[in-house]
Write a protein that binds this ligand. Structure first.
Ligand SMILES: *[C@@H]1O[C@H](CO)[C@@H](O)[C@H](O)[C@H]1NC(C)=O
Ligand SMILES: *[C@@H]1O[C@H](CO)[C@@H](O)[C@H](O)[C@H]1NC(C)=O
Ligand SMILES: *[C@@H]1O[C@H](CO)[C@@H](O)[C@H](O)[C@H]1NC(C)=O
Ligand SMILES: *[C@@H]1O[C@H](CO)[C@@H](O)[C@H](O)[C@H]1NC(C)=O
Ligand SMILES: *[C@@H]1O[C@H](CO)[C@@H](O)[C@H](O)[C@H]1NC(C)=O
Ligand SMILES: *[C@@H]1O[C@H](CO)[C@@H](O)[C@H](O)[C@H]1NC(C)=O
Ligand SMILES: *[C@@H]1O[C@H](CO)[C@@H](O)[C@H](O)[C@H]1NC(C)=O
Ligand SMILES: *[C@@H]1O[C@H](CO)[C@@H](O)[C@H](O)[C@H]1NC(C)=O
Ligand SMILES: *[C@@H]1O[C@H](CO)[C@@H](O)[C@H](O)[C@H]1NC(C)=O
Ligand SMILES: *[C@@H]1O[C@H](CO)[C@@H](O)[C@H](O)[C@H]1NC(C)=O
Ligand SMILES: *[C@@H]1O[C@H](CO)[C@@H](O)[C@H](O)[C@H]1NC(C)=O
Ligand SMILES: CC(=O)N[C@H]1CO[C@H](CO)[C@@H](O)[C@@H]1O
Length: 549
């Protein structure tokens, strides 16, 4: 099985190298040229909507058709919102009479299938146990999107339970949604756990998507799907009615094709929420929030001090491929040329952290409590599951959950641990995390070196900021070259690295410094535009012009 798969992929490799990449020709609408939906940004869409070139109904129709074109190959969307066309028609009616709810008015957005909506869509985290479950109201993320005028187009596939179930599963696989694949190489590992959000945003199946992150689940799929991903500070975006892993590490953020689009989305979803008291840490409270869109500044590097976690690069260099390292140092040179002062900003406790296991203790302890809390919020709970032990029983006895081929070792370990985040054992474990992420990690590095951001290749950036809930923004930095040897994931079913697979650059900052990070990410993106260096092997053909005939 494994060797058959590999040889099928080697055939695909010659296909890739033979690919001469055509520039996207876009579409003609009412005699006017309009960019392809894989290239449009929010401002393009708003120009088209405002000038009457097309409507939000046309947008929903086009995006749905594009989803149908590639869904049977990539499995990136688990359900479409049956009300999307009606919501779009309402947005069009509001626009026609001069009511605009904001820059996202009438714009289709996909959300990960762990962010609940009080509508006809399921919220499952990819598990059959939650199919049919109901929530008493929208999650705050969904409510904020709707308040901003966005159309929730559908739900994206994910690594089941946001990758907190198995030790031997594959990224982007869920029992309910099947196996998601990325679009830059046949059979490509989409990474996870916001896998479907990454694939969908990358090939233009919506303007952009929301993902969630505990450690890497926005950053890593943004990395391999050629996207900008913002992992916000824990507490900047409310987790209310988002299926949790850990209250100390979970956060929700945008995955988009440009920094500015990601900034528009962050503006719409960020802010305090009485239903998630971690949001009371937002330093500006209910006062004036930063303007993330205005933070997009071509000159952001002028006079900035930017750090490099050089010791992390050295320790993890062995696991990071040469094309990534080369692109990283080329990027550092460009950032310096753009006016930044570059200094070492080492994570002094990094090597000690590598052999520490307190993060697992904290996540296990949080998951036991936070998952039970989520179940208790449901207004309809189809299988009456109230806690992790019962969820594990369901999963072991429901054949479509594919147990034991896909194990439940993460849960076995949490249940075996036997204590949760109300135990006195929790505090020292959490304090250890705060040390490795704080004084010994990113926060200490920023403070000691008086820098505004620290750089790392995104492949190695998520772990340390995850420990303290600090923000990271990733931007496309390059692609593996055509002669890259194909390697498979641990499960043996997906292409982990191979020709044409994208990778990104991370800007890591202090808590609630998203506006600064967005500025740097924009200044880097506008100088490099690496997103456009290569194209996916699979792109839907249907454009707005095709659905408007
Ligand atoms: C995706 O494709 C499958 C198989 O072609 C189909 O059954 C399913 O309805 C599609 N899902 C969506 C959301 O379009
Ligand atoms: C605009 O249309 C919407 C939806 O039909 C309606 O609720 C609203 O009252 C209208 N506003 C104005 C100013 O006409
Ligand atoms: C939600 O799940 C139910 C039960 O399987 C299904 O009938 C329904 O179509 C799903 N909703 C959507 C929007 O796919
Ligand atoms: C936050 O809310 C949780 C339950 O929702 C509660 O256990 C905790 O004590 C609260 N923390 C603060 C600081 O209010
Ligand atoms: C924001 O306003 C809400 C309700 O008005 C209040 O409960 C909350 O404490 C305020 N949060 C902050 C950080 O000021
Ligand atoms: C950072 O770490 C690297 C690798 O261990 C080392 O060579 C360098 O001197 C360190 N920089 C500072 C400022 O400590
Ligand atoms: C957690 O951190 C403490 C303090 O640094 C350390 O003694 C302990 O060995 C760590 N536990 C694990 C499981 O790594
Ligand atoms: C957490 O641990 C406490 C103390 O052992 C226990 O009473 C409580 O039921 C546990 N909570 C959950 C959700 O398991
Ligand atoms: C799990 O299933 C076993 C065997 O069917 C049963 O004995 C046990 O009580 C169940 N545990 C929970 C928490 O439901
Ligand atoms: C996954 O692990 C379980 C045991 O934990 C094992 O039964 C199963 O065969 C493994 N699956 C694969 C594909 O290796
Ligand atoms: C790929 O080609 C580059 C030169 O274009 C070369 O430096 C590199 O070693 C080659 N890599 C492999 C894996 O053959
Ligand atoms: C809803 C949906 O798109 N489901 C698809 C998920 O992927 C599996 C294959 O892995 C398909 O069979 C489903 O149709």
């Amino acid at each position: 099985m494994r060797s058959f798969f590999v040889s099928a992929l080697l055939g695909a490799a010659s296909l890739i190298s033979a690919l001469t990449v055509p520039p996207f020709t876009g579409t003609v609408i009412k005699g006017k040229q309009f960019p392809s939906l894989i290239e449009v940004d929010l401002e393009d869409l708003n120009t088209g909507l405002e000038s009457g070139l097309f409507t939000s109904v046309d947008l929903v129709t086009a995006y749905r058709a594009r989803i149908m074109e590639v869904n049977s190959t990539l499995h990136m969307v688990t359900e479409l919102n049956p009300d999307a066309l009606a919501i779009a028609a309402h947005a069009d009616a509001l626009r026609a009479n001069g009511t605009l709810l904001g820059p996202l008015h009438g714009i289709p957005i996909l959300i990960k299938n762990n962010i609940a909506t009080d509508d006809k869509m399921n919220n499952t985290a990819g598990s059959w146990s939650l199919v049919g479950a109901k929530v008493p109201r929208d999650s705050t993320m969904a409510a904020n999107l709707r308040k901003a005028g966005a159309i929730i187009l559908g739900k994206t596939n994910l690594s089941q339970w946001a990758n907190y179930r198995s030790d031997n599963s594959s990224n982007g696989w869920s029992a309910y949604g099947g196996q998601t694949y990325a679009a830059y190489y046949p059979g490509q590992d989409p990474s996870g756990s916001s896998s479907g959000s990454g694939v969908s945003s990358s090939i233009g199946l919506a303007l952009a998507a929301l993902g969630t992150e505990t450690s890497g689940s926005i950053l890593s799929p943004s990395d391999v799907n050629n996207l900008v991903g913002i992992k916000p500070t824990v507490g900047l975006t409310s987790r209310y009615l988002v299926i949790p892993i850990s209250e100390h590490q979970d956060t929700i953020g945008p995955m988009a094709r440009s920094v500015k689009d990601a900034a528009y989305l962050l503006q719409a979803i960020a802010g305090p929420d009485t239903r998630d008291n971690y949001t009371s840490a937002i330093p500006w409270g209910n006062g004036t929030a930063p303007d993330y869109v205005a933070a997009c500044d071509y000159n952001a590097f002028a006079g900035a001090r930017i750090g490099i976690a050089r010791n992390v690069l050295e320790v993890w260099g062995a696991y990071t491929d040469q094309p990534v390292i080369d692109a990283f140092w080329a990027s550092v040179a460009q950032i310096e040329a753009a006016g930044a002062t570059i200094v070492d900003a080492n994570f002094t406790a990094f090597e000690a952290w590598e052999s520490d296991n307190n993060e697992t203790l904290v996540l296990n302890a949080d998951f036991l409590v936070d998952l039970a809390n989520y179940f208790s919020e449901l207004s309809y709970n189809p299988n009456g599951i109230e806690n992790l032990a019962e969820e594990r029983n369901f999963t072991h006895s429901f054949p479509a959950e594919m147990w034991p081929q896909r194990d439940t070792l993460a849960w076995d370990s949490a249940l075996k641990q036997g204590w949760n985040n109300t135990s006195p054992k929790f505090w020292p474990a959490y304090q250890a995390n705060l040390f490795y992420g704080g004084p010994g990690g990113i926060l200490g590095a920023l403070e000691r070196t008086n820098t505004s951001a620290v750089l790392l290749p995104t492949q190695v950036s998520p772990s340390i900021p995850a420990l303290v809930g600090s923000p990271v923004v990733t931007v496309p930095m390059g692609f593996y070259p055509a002669n890259t040897t194909v390697t498979l994931n641990g499960f043996g079913t997906l292409v982990a690295t191979g020709p044409n697979v994208p990778f990104g650059l991370s800007f890591m900052g202090a808590k609630f410094s998203e506006a600064d990070l967005i500025g740097f990410a924009y200044a880097y993106e506008q100088r490099t535009f690496h997103r456009n260096d290569r194209q996916p092997y699979l792109v839907p053909n249907i454009e707005l012009g095709d659905v408007m005939a």
